[in-house]
Design a protein around this ligand. Structure first.
Ligand SMILES: [Zn+2]
Length: 81
């Protein structure tokens, strides 16, 4: 897949515990599931419905979700099936 400039890679993660804001560059091909807050050193994990910490705490969703808003790994069922 060609990732053009329509993909936003820079997001700001806001820690839900201490409010620390950290700019991070998101990987294009992997979801970041664990993130340690630089402010309070707590381990952040995504909320139940989210695939990565950027989707839960970031300013924008992760690249897989930008290309597929329904969610990373989502596969549409075949209506003819
Ligand atoms: Zn924190």
């Amino acid at each position: 897949m060609d990732y053009g400039e329509s993909i936003q890679r820079q997001a700001i993660i806001t820690c839900p515990y201490c409010g620390w804001q950290q700019t991070e560059i998101m990987p294009l091909d992997a979801c970041l599931y664990f993130y340690t807050c630089p402010g309070c050193q707590r381990a952040l994990r995504p909320k139940a419905q989210d695939c990565c910490v950027f989707c839960s705490f970031g300013t924008i969703v992760c690249p897989p979700r930008q290309t597929n808003p329904r969610g990373a790994g989502y596969t549409e069922s075949d209506p003819t099936d």
